[in-house]
Design a protein around this ligand. Structure first.
Ligand SMILES: [Zn+2]
Length: 255
């Protein structure tokens, strides 16, 4: 991402990107508030196992959903072109913006034992038409974000049962999601639904919501408004595939 003074008046395609599947686009700051946030984090699984390493329990969402390192790596790019909503009111006519970009960063939980996970940071464009909301984000009245996604593959971290999406055949552990259990070896672990696999397309991130209530994942509070001059624009490489998504066409309108 870079900030340009290129006279962009409405979102536009500047050029073909460096690879055949991307476009360089320019999005004007006069129309959008740009925020960056760490929206999801993954967990490390035990080797050759569905069990979540106990040092990663705190990275599981409060509702008991999580992603393995492999799953988040394979699927994080589906953030681009996702909706921006408020409080998960997931209807086109309630959309307030679009997710422009996503990046992964590795976070060492215990470097000496080589324990690490990924954080996904996203760039959100909230349209300035939503004046009250943009005002609240700017003055810190709204600071939390939460995610929405569709999972085509789900694995129970307690027993390893695999399910094809939701609603899934219950292995008996749905009600223990987010709760702790003691495994056969005596280790206390969290029970969760591991969303997706190492295969791309097993999770689609569909929306990032501004929350007026506390979030499912407490890591998703670190958001940062980009101080960009209203006359400037943000230039990013945008996947061609993401141009087709509904939120992109609603807010960016690339032709
Ligand atoms: Zn289970």
């Amino acid at each position: 991402m870079r900030i340009a003074q290129d006279g962009t008046k409405t979102p536009r395609i500047v050029a073909e990107g460096p690879s055949a599947d991307t476009l360089e686009v320019s999005i004007p700051a006069k129309d959008f508030l740009f925020s960056q946030a760490s929206i999801v984090a993954s967990v490390m699984l035990e080797n050759n196992s569905h069990l979540i390493h106990s040092d990663f329990s705190k990275y599981v969402n409060n509702n008991g959903d999580t992603w393995s390192n492999d799953s988040l790596k394979a699927n994080y790019k589906s953030w681009t072109g996702a909706y921006n909503f408020v409080n998960h009111q997931a209807r086109d006519d309630f959309a307030v913006g679009v997710v422009l970009d996503a990046a992964m960063r590795r976070n060492f939980v215990n470097a000496s034992e080589n324990l690490w996970n990924y954080y996904t940071d996203i760039l959100i464009a909230t349209h300035r038409d939503f004046k009250d909301l943009v005002g609240q984000i700017t003055n810190g009245g709204v600071e939390y974000l939460s995610m929405g996604c569709d999972a085509m593959k789900i694995q129970c971290s307690k027993c390893g049962a695999q399910h094809d999406g939701e609603p899934h055949q219950d292995c008996g552990h749905q009600s223990s999601k987010g709760k702790y259990f003691v495994d056969r070896a005596g280790t206390r672990r969290i029970s969760a639904d591991i969303l997706g696999t190492s295969e791309a397309g097993t999770v689609e991130f569909t929306e990032a919501s501004w929350l007026t209530i506390p979030p499912a994942f407490h890591g998703a509070v670190h958001r940062n408004i980009l101080p960009i001059d209203r006359k400037a624009s943000v230039r990013i490489m945008f996947p061609k595939k993401a141009v087709e998504r509904k939120a992109s066409s609603m807010f960016l309108g690339f032709k």
